[in-house]
Write a protein that binds this ligand. Structure first.
Ligand SMILES: Nc1ncnc2c1ncn2[C@@H]1O[C@H](COP(=O)(O)OP(=O)(O)O)[C@@H](O)[C@H]1O
Ligand SMILES: [Mg+2]
Length: 590
């Protein structure tokens, strides 16, 4: 149960006051009673002394105590007391409360304690119930008649009369104490409210801070402990706020770094649940749901990754570095580096970094293939040159007819070797970016005519129908002329090579926005659809044997692609097997 501070203080202080007042009340009442009592006794004693004188003078003047009852009545009337005159033997001689009849039947008083004490010590007193007059009485008695007392004079006063005195006193005392109690409770309560109000305010502010509200500041400025607390809270609030701000900035920085990274990053907590997953990783694994707090197995469908995680989690290893294969949407290689975070020897989470190494692997593969291809391409002509040269050395040189043919073959193969090496050097230059290109306005028609001139002999041999559809008014292109010749020569050469006897080859050019598009169409063998995407790769040939037969190296189209790209243009191809192909290039105009 919640009890507010003012009530608590008031209750504690109030109980202390009540206890104090009770003790005070009891003590004062006791003191008052004692005082009143002794006062009463003293006055009774004085009155008794006076009464004794009166009784003794009666004893002397008149004939003894014949009218003791009358005397008692007179004295009782004057003093307002019960007056009893008792003979020495205890016989009641007179009593102010009893008439003569009752007096005769009243019992002997010799055994009354006050009477006994009075005879023995000269004064006696007693408090008790009087069966004679049915009242609580305070009795006091002294002997009279000198050394050898003739009797005892006794006064009695009802105790209710004593209470009469005491009652009002006690009432006044009681009410003033209650007043003090109420006053002090009131003062305590208002004081407690006054003291606790700033505390209440600060408690509210602290609660607000816990909920993230730092807008309120305590208003207390006093130079005491409460003021100190208030200043401490203000300071704390400022500190926490600046700490939160800097934490937020840190978080934003981390966020920016993580989301701009090309590597995928995943962090899991000590339970193995995902704490963080950056956009790159979500893209890698095609995750579009929220991931925070979920188990990796729910969102990542890759056993290798889950395996690494479970090894880290179970403490089998602290670091892991592995290449994993992702199968969707296409096969990719990923290098995963994982580190477990340990706190006092226990797993406290892990960080996994995913690095896509498909490109690196692909490039490695391309390089290996390239070396293999080059060696293979070089080996064929070299072997044949070597073979025929050996045959000549072995004596064929003397056979004029054969010798001529052999030398012809050696010449052709060395040509082929030279062509291959030239193509390779070109390609190397183009790919390393060392090829110098001098761009200037070039008219297309003369270039095409030059190429056709170079190929005239071969095309005539195959009886091909070659048409050119390029107008003089066509805008000039921005190109390096000798490279442009190389491109067109390659494309027209291919068209001529891969078109059978009596086929048709046409070269057309038409302007497209800021470009000229050139189409080289043939009615040749065509290219299967599967091969189309790959024919621009180095050494890629649909039919190796046929290409080699024509002295092809498989490098022509890849050189074409590179040169056209270097000009800012595009190459594309469409082909139907058995019907023919159309190779198209675009080149920017001036
Ligand atoms: N016009 C074409 N018709 C049919 N196939 C072609 C044509 N042009 C190129 N090709 C195919 O593309 C391959 C690559 O061409 P290219 O790089 O010029 O090599 P090469 O001419 O040395 O064989 C050729 O081997 C051939 O299979
Ligand atoms: Mg070619």
């Amino acid at each position: 149960m919640r009890v507010n501070l003012p009530w608590k203080l008031t209750a504690v202080f109030g109980s202390a006051v009540v206890i104090g007042l009770l003790v005070g009340f009891v003590y004062l009442s006791f003191q008052l009673k004692t005082y009143l009592d002794s006062n009463l006794k003293a006055s009774l004693r004085r009155e008794l002394t006076l009464g004794r004188d009166l009784v003794e003078s009666h004893l002397k003047d008149r004939e003894g105590l014949a009218d003791a009852d009358g005397l008692a009545d007179d004295m009782g009337k004057v003093l307002g007391l019960r007056v009893t005159i008792i003979a020495r033997d205890g016989k009641v001689l007179g009593d102010s409360e009893l008439n003569a009849e009752r007096l005769r039947t009243v019992e002997n008083h010799a055994d009354r304690p006050e009477v006994l004490a009075a005879l023995k010590q000269g004064f006696g007193e007693s408090r008790r119930f009087s069966y004679t007059i049915k009242k609580y009485l305070l009795y006091a008695a002294i002997p009279f008649g000198g050394q050898n007392p003739a009797g005892i004079l006794r006064f009695a006063i009802p105790l209710t009369e004593v209470d009469h005195f005491e009652g009002p006193f006690q009432k006044v005392l009681f009410f003033s104490l209650v007043l003090v109690l109420l006053l002090s409770l009131g003062v305590t309560f208002s004081l407690a409210v006054f003291v606790s109000r700033p505390l209440r305010e600060m408690a509210d502010i602290a609660q607000g801070m816990a909920k993230g509200d730092f807008s309120k500041k305590p208003s207390v400025v006093s130079k005491d402990e409460v003021g100190d607390l208030s200043r401490a809270i203000t300071y704390m609030s400022d500190e926490i706020q600046s700490m939160i701000t800097s934490l937020r900035h840190e978080g934003e920085k981390l966020d920016a770094v993580l989301s701009s990274m090309s590597e995928g990053v995943m962090v899991v907590n000590e339970q193995g649940e995902i704490l963080l997953m950056n956009p790159s990783l979500r893209k890698t694994f095609f995750i579009d749901t929220h991931t925070e707090g979920r188990r990796p197995a729910e969102v990542i469908r890759n056993t290798a990754v889950l395996d690494i995680l479970s090894r880290l989690h179970s403490g089998q290893s602290v670091v892991a570095s592995e290449e994993i294969v992702l199968l969707t949407p296409e096969e990719r290689m990923c290098q995963v580096n994982a580190v477990a975070m340990m706190r006092s020897g226990k797993f406290d989470g892990a960080v996994l970094v995913f690095h896509d190494i498909s490109q690196i692997r692909r490039l490695e593969k391309v390089r290996q293939d390239f070396v293999a291809n080059v060696s293979h391409e070089l080996r064929t002509p070299v072997a044949s040159i070597k073979g025929y040269a050996e045959a000549l050395l072995d004596g064929a040189i003397d056979d004029r007819q054969n010798a001529r043919e052999f030398i012809g073959i050696i010449h052709d193969n060395s040509d082929r070797l030279a062509g291959l090496i030239n193509d390779l050097l070109d390609l190397a230059k183009i790919e390393s970016g060392k090829m110098q290109m001098v761009l200037m306005p070039v008219a297309l028609l003369p270039v095409v005519k030059r190429c056709l001139g170079i190929l005239e002999k071969t095309s005539a041999k195959k009886m091909l129908n070659i048409t050119v559809d390029i107008t003089d008014s066509l805008p000039r292109v921005n190109a390096d002329e000798s490279r442009l010749v190389q491109v067109l020569l390659n494309l027209i050469d291919n068209a001529v090579k891969y078109t059978p006897q009596g086929g048709r080859v046409s070269v057309r050019a038409e302007p497209q926005e800021r470009m000229i598009r050139v189409d080289i169409e043939d009615t040749g063998v065509g290219i299967p659809e599967n091969d189309l995407p790959r024919i621009f790769e180095r050494f890629y040939r649909v039919d190796k044997a046929r290409s080699r037969e024509f002295g092809g190296t498989g490098l022509g189209l890849s050189i074409v692609k590179h040169i056209i790209h270097a000009h800012g243009g595009e190459v594309f191809v469409s082909s139907v097997v058995g019907k023919g192909s159309i190779f198209s290039i675009t080149i920017p105009t001036v």
